[in-house]
Design a protein around this ligand. Sequence first.
Ligand SMILES: *[C@@H]1O[C@H](CO)[C@@H](O)[C@H](O)[C@H]1NC(C)=O
Ligand SMILES: *[C@@H]1O[C@H](CO)[C@@H](O)[C@H](O)[C@H]1NC(C)=O
Ligand SMILES: [Cu+2]
Length: 241
Amino acid sequence: MKCLLVTCSLLASASAHTIFTQLWVNGVPQGHTKGIRVPTYDGPITDVDSNDVICNGGPNPLRQPLPKDIINVTAGDKLTAEWHHTLDSAGTNDPADPIDKGHLGPVMVYLAKVENALTTQVTGLKWFKIYEDGMDSDGEWAVTRLYNNKGKVDFTLPSCIQPGQYLLRAEIIALHGAGNYPGAQLYMECAQLNVSGGGNANPPTVSFPGAYKGSDPGIKFQLYWPKPTSYTIPGPRPFKC
Ligand SMILES: *[C@@H]1O[C@H](CO)[C@@H](O)[C@H](O)[C@H]1NC(C)=O
Ligand SMILES: *[C@@H]1O[C@H](CO)[C@@H](O)[C@H](O)[C@H]1NC(C)=O
Ligand SMILES: [Cu+2]
C-alpha cells in the first residue's frame, strides 16, 4: 500500500504481526519452535520500559510449558532466524506471512550469557547485540529484505564469545505507528543456546528493559512524511571480535 500521510498507518493491517519461530544452524533448520520461547499470540510489545521487552510475554503469554530443548551451536556458526506471521502461517498463502509488508523497520539480534538456558528468570541479564540491519541508502528496510527472503535473516555467531549457555533474543521493530511514543511495535522471542568453541571475549552489555528509551530516535520515528533519509537503529552497535 502507498502511504503519504501518517494516518495511513491506521489503515494498514492492524494485526499482521510476527513471531520468530525457527532457528537454523549453518543452513540446517532446527525444527519449528524448537528451543524458542514462543508466545500464544503474535502481538507487539510497545512499552520499552516493561519486562515484556526481554523475551516477550505479558499481553502475549508465552506458550507453556516452555521449551526444554537447548540448541547446540559453535561460536562462528552461521545462524538464521526465521519469522512467521503466526505459529501456523509458514507455507500458507497468507499475504501477511512472514509479516505485513508495511511493518517496516529494523531487525536485530542480541545474546545474554546464562547459567542455564532453561532459566525462567530473564530480568537482570546482560545483553550484547550481535547483529543489526536498518534502512539502507536507497530507503529499503531490513523488514523488506526479511519479507523478500521468506522471513529469514542470516547472521554470524561471533567466533570469540565464551562457551556456555545463552539466550538469543531476535527482534523486529515495526515503525508504521512510531510517530508518537508508545507506537513502535517491538516483536521479540528468545531462543535457548548452548555454545561450544569460542574464546574469552567480554563484550560491553546493556539491560532489558533499559537499552531503549521512548524518546530514542529509533523508537519515536516518523516513517512516512517527510520521507526519512536515515534511521538510527536503537541500542548499542553490534559486538565484533
Ligand atoms: C546437544 O548436545 C548434547 C551433548 O552432545 C546432547 O546431549 C543434546 O541432546 C544436544 N541437544 C540437542 C537439542 O540436540
Ligand atoms: C553443551 O555443549 C557441550 C559441548 O558440546 C556439551 O558437553 C554439553 O553437554 C552441552 N550441554 C547441553 C545442555 O546441551
Ligand atoms: Cu503488527
